[in-house]
Design a protein around this ligand. Structure first.
Ligand code: CMP
Length: 140
């Protein structure tokens, strides 16, 4: 079952730019079921914990400051092949390189403020879901 779930966040840029509804519509149109959803603001510490694998990167401070700068929408999505299919739907990390019609091509500002996060493996999806949602908040 883990292979059928991924975790996403609509990032502070896309929330501020008014794209929550359009992004959720794209997600549904692509065949994902939303099984958990919440609007929240990450503390700096919570963002640092989420992105701990990137803590040695030069952009870590910028990334965690940005991700805690305003509200986000966190969600758990279900679909066959969820992780890979969602990464196809969102497009490349850098929106300038993202395929036309992808969520990042349509809604992202730049490489750092890139509209959405998507898990990069089934293992990380499970970790990220558990980091943001209690079992009682999942409606499979
Ligand atoms: P995300 O999928 O959330 O996972 C890590 C994030 O780091 C990535 O999206 C980008 O937003 C961010 N990131 C990656 N490379 C850079 C960079 N060179 N400068 C700023 N942010 C970056």
């Amino acid at each position: 079952m883990a292979g059928n779930r991924t975790f996403t966040m609509i990032k502070p840029d896309a929330v501020a730019d008014g794209h929550i509804g359009a992004i959720l519509a794209k997600i549904n149109e692509a065949g994902f079921r939303i099984v958990a959803l919440k609007m929240t603001q990450l503390s700096k510490k919570k963002a640092e914990g989420f992105y701990a694998v990137h803590q040695e990167r030069r952009f870590f401070e910028e990334l965690t400051s940005f991700m805690s700068s305003g509200p986000i929408v966190a969600a758990v999505l279900e679909k066959d092949n969820a992780v890979a299919d969602f990464r196809t739907l969102i497009g490349a990390t850098d929106p300038a390189k993202a395929a036309p019609g992808t969520i990042r091509a349509l809604f992202a500002r730049n490489m750092g403020e890139n509209a959405v996060h998507g898990s990069d493996s089934d293992e990380n999806a499970a970790i990220e879901v558990a980091y943001h949602f209690a079992v009682t908040e999942l409606f499979a």
